[in-house]
Design a protein around this ligand. Structure first.
Ligand code: NAG
Ligand code: NAG
Length: 201
């Protein structure tokens, strides 16, 4: 009985964290959207404004959500405060880079893929961080950020938290051998990461 449960668990764990299959590696835009939806946090590099590394890249962890699992929008939303060191960089220069990797799910460990292997699919987003002003979009960002990160609703109310999004200008994808592939925001947003498909060969 318990070994059956274990096998069932291992079977599910070899897929993405929500039990869904990763798209085939040549469907690059779909893989990118899959990674964006599976990841709950990203490393964000800003151009530092802080002594003694002014002008140098500065990478820091941020919680993200692009919407409900299985139905992400592809837009990474963030919950930020101007008291935060990287957000202070963004006030001066909103340009940033987000790195998202399936290494943070159980997929790569279960498959035996090292985080630096392209088989452990990861993406780098270029663009900038914009405050979200539209009421409906603020509600969407809040709903799905707080759903994935329940403790956010208890973060100190005097810190001036606001919702932001990563405005993507270029997507870099490492999901197979042969070097990095790039896709445009158009290709990225048109892709349907979770469309049912037969196992590719
Ligand atoms: C929200 O408003 C700020 C300040 O006017 C602006 O800089 C930012 O670009 C706006 N965000 C979006 C997503 O348009
Ligand atoms: C947001 O990204 C689009 C490309 O998707 C780009 O054309 C636009 O200039 C960007 N907006 C800002 C404010 O960076």
């Amino acid at each position: 009985m318990s070994s059956c449960l274990l096998l069932l668990f291992l079977g599910l764990a070899s897929r993405g964290s929500s039990g869904l299959d990763i798209p085939p590696h040549d469907a690059v835009a779909r893989v990118a959207r899959f990674v964006a939806n599976q990841c709950t946090w990203a490393s964000m590099a800003t151009i530092s404004t802080h002594h003694p590394v002014q002008g140098q890249p500065f990478s820091n962890a941020f919680s993200i959500s692009d919407g409900p699992p299985g139905h992400g929008t592809g837009v990474p939303y963030l919950y930020l405060t101007r008291m935060e060191v990287s957000v202070q960089d963004l006030q001066v220069n909103p340009q940033a880079s987000l790195s998202l990797s399936l290494a943070q799910t159980d997929y790569c460990t279960q498959q035996g893929f090292d985080p630096q292997s392209p088989l452990c699919a990861h993406i780098i987003l270029s663009g900038s961080v914009l405050e979200v002003n539209d009421t409906a979009e603020v509600e969407f960002a809040q709903k799905w950020l707080f759903w994935r990160h329940p403790e956010m609703k208890d973060w100190p109310s005097d810190h001036g938290w606001f919702f932001a999004k990563f405005n993507i200008t270029k997507v870099w994808v490492l999901d197979y051998f042969g070097g990095v592939k790039t896709i445009t925001p158009d290709e990225y947003f048109k892709a349907t990461p979770y469309r049912k498909h037969l196992h590719s060969v």
